[in-house]
Design a protein around this ligand. Structure first.
Ligand code: EPZ
Length: 427
């Protein structure tokens, strides 16, 4: 397994291009199942999870052709997805267990083909992550749901019928699944307590481009008028706000000055507010976002993760690194996942002073972190170890970097281009 080796202490200076959002690209790819015409997605990031979704859709009979890099200098790939030949409506365990987002094919398959057999995703490092809310929502639209042998069997032989879906708690994937299904249901569907993440809105905008009738995009109440069919579209994936936020923390912890090319401040307002409060300078510039901390210490801060537009859980681990080298104490509370502090013991091994009490972590800033051998456990935890390595004295070796490759494209190249001493050891 590859390792990443970092010699810390170098301020980052330069420009980092921000790619398309993994968490938008995955549901957008699943949306291709809703139409018999070609859905063309541009600005797709080159990531392991995108390859996994490609493999899953191929297995179902979706023909995916890659049209190289997108015009206009986007780093991302362009995919033309043609689902007119889909025969298979099963998402097998070995693919779903590798990537939970595979469950996003469930809603489109039931809506378009009247049946689907999708493996239950099982848990992952950060929590049990059930899909009960996805299933209840589909039942509200008339799907018959059975669980057998670790698979969800969903049937709607006469098609789905519009209805009222109320999510007892906010679920990004659940909202995305039912939003896609509702587009082809008969009649009107109202989705209450819907997730408002930018990636959900990106999916909704793409569905509208495909001919769907959706109102309330960006709010917690979505109204969908079902249509007979959806046509193809050309759609550009939104920029990745979590990649943007991760590199913003990299610039801040190293005392650097970095332009995040393609960055959009409106997508990470909650993150920007906390970082500015901590003493980081963040300003909009012509082609993105400029993040710098040339002088002055980082001040401790309080963060509680919440559904959008609150502070994103996918930035919690990264902010813990910023807190670890701040002056004073910080409190970080994780309210979305029940086990998302796996990065804490690794950061403590690097000299951080962190105490976890239930869902909250008290972080007392230290003078310095020291490089160490550390282990990545999940995608965002692994990015926090990279950030810690960038600021730590000495050498940090990160194992199991396949976690990183799921969500960060060319991470070591982008950081090295800004002066980081970082390299990947291929094993
Ligand atoms: C999406 O996961 C993202 N993944 C996650 O990003 C992100 O952390 C999460 O949303 C929250 O923002 C993708 O978009 C591919 P949820 P998702 O359904 O949809 C519970 C990353 O690092 N829940 O909003 O799976 C669930 O257990 C990944 O890029 C149920 O109880 O998240 C969790 O505690 C990690 N029942 C909470 O809701 C359900 O049926 C939020 O989950 C569904 C969810």
């Amino acid at each position: 397994m590859d390792q990443i080796v970092i010699k810390g202490g170098k301020p980052l200076n330069g420009t980092i291009p921000i790619g398309g959002a993994k968490n938008a690209a995955l549901p957008l790819m699943a949306a291709s199942l809703l139409s018999d015409d070609v859905l063309r997605l541009s600005n797709l990031p080159h990531l392991a999870d995108i390859s996994t979704m490609t493999h899953l859709l191929n297995e179902m009979g979706v023909n995916i052709s890659m049209e190289g890099d997108a015009p206009g200098g986007h780093m991302g790939k362009v995919f033309a997805l043609d689902a007119s030949g889909v025969k298979e409506t099963t998402a097998p365990y070995d693919l779903v267990r590798r990537m939970r987002a595979s469950v996003l094919v469930l809603g489109p398959l039931v809506a378009k083909h009247g049946h689907a057999r999708v493996s239950l995703p099982g848990g992952c490092a950060i929590g049990t992550r059930p899909v009960d809310l996805h299933l209840k929502a589909l039942e509200a639209l008339g799907a018959e749901i059975e669980l057998s042998e670790g698979y969800v069997e969903a049937k709607a032989p006469k098609g789905l019928v519009g209805g009222h879906v109320l999510f007892s708690n906010v679920t990004v994937g659940g909202t995305e699944n039912i939003l896609m299904a509702a587009c082809l249901a008969k009649g009107e569907t109202t989705i209450s307590n819907a997730a408002r993440e930018p990636e959900v809105s990106d999916l909704a905008h793409c569905l509208v481009a495909m001919g769907a009738k959706i109102e309330g995009i960006g709010t917690d109440t979505l109204k969908v008028q079902g249509v007979e069919r959806l046509h193809g579209a050309d759609y550009e994936v939104i920029v990745d706000r979590i990649e943007m936020g991760s590199y913003a923390v990299a610039a801040a912890v190293t005392g650097g000055d970095v332009v995040l090319k393609g960055g959009r401040i409106d997508l990470i307002e909650a993150v920007v507010d906390v970082m500015r409060e901590a003493g980081v300078e963040i300003e909009e510039v012509e082609d993105g976002l400029r993040v710098s901390r040339k002088n002055g210490a980082i001040k401790g801060f309080d963060v509680m993760t919440e559904p959008y537009a609150g502070f994103p859980t996918d930035m919690q681990a990264q902010m813990m690194v910023l807190a670890s080298v701040a002056e004073g104490a910080s409190m970080i509370t994780e309210t979305i996942f029940e086990n998302r502090f796996m990065h804490v013991p690794e950061l403590v091994r690097m000299g951080a002073d962190i105490n976890v009490h239930g869902r909250s972590a008290i972080v007392r800033g230290v003078q310095k972190l020291s490089g160490a051998q550390v282990m990545a456990t999940d995608l965002r935890a692994s990015s926090s170890l990279v950030l810690a390595g960038l600021v730590a004295e000495g050498e940090t070796v990160i194992n199991r970097v396949y976690h990183l490759d799921r969500g960060y494209e060319r991470l070591e190249e982008k950081l090295a281009a800004c002066g980081a001493d970082i390299e990947r050891i291929r094993e």
